[in-house]
Design a binder for this molecule. Sequence first.
Ligand SMILES: [Zn+2]
Length: 275
Amino acid sequence: MILKTVFVFIFGTCVGSFLNVCIWRLPRNKSIITPRSFCPHCQTSIKGYDNIPLISYLALKGRCRDCGKRISPRYFIVELLTGMIFALFYFNYLLGNFPLGELFLYLLLASALIAITFIDFEHKMIPDRITYPGIVIGLLASLIIKHQAPFILSHIPRVDSLIDSSLGLLAGGGILWTIAILSRGGMGGGDIKLGAMIGAFLGWQPTLLTLLLAFFAGAVVGIILMLLKLFTSKSLKAAWRKRKEFIPFGPYLALATLAIILKGQAIMGWYFRIF
Ligand SMILES: [Zn+2]
């Protein structure tokens, strides 16, 4: 069991290595297939033995072998994070929290969310080249893999997976779209498509919970950051105007999605105990 989890972790770091390529290339409208990995500074292509996840970064002390310039720690962080998330999901599968089919679906979704989070942080945009295929994959996967977990509102009968997936797409995309209209620019088009993609993967019930959790987390962090900003700007109005600069919404959605997949029922129980 430990050996298998370690293997899945290593596999995850390899996926993370590919996600690093996507994170750098997708916002720059470059192909993610060709050419092979290269140093962002000197464009020298990276040799196979320098492309081992985690280990190469440590061995080269975060520098390019050819030009010696610093390589962003993001490369290491994404590989480690992806490996850890893969291991965590696999561990939950071993515990019987979801079946094998859903494990694959969740790993795919998590990979997309990791790439989106880091792109959104850096470029304040979410590429359609992830969300559009994501929506289609989420819908098609529901034909093969029955939605089961997280099974939250158990008194509502579960609908057919494809219908559930479509409802999730409409709920996730529709709610964020409505907020975008009402807030006039408070929510970007990329966020709407991301909501639709998450909905297509999870179905409507977990999607609603994900949105709630993302807003809650966004509000809490937003208030904390705004209070911190108050000490420097001394004006609440200026701080409120600047709130969009703080942090994009994509990462909240991504984090909330992973939390709902892994701990949906616990979060739901916690919510009902408080309110
Ligand atoms: Zn270089």
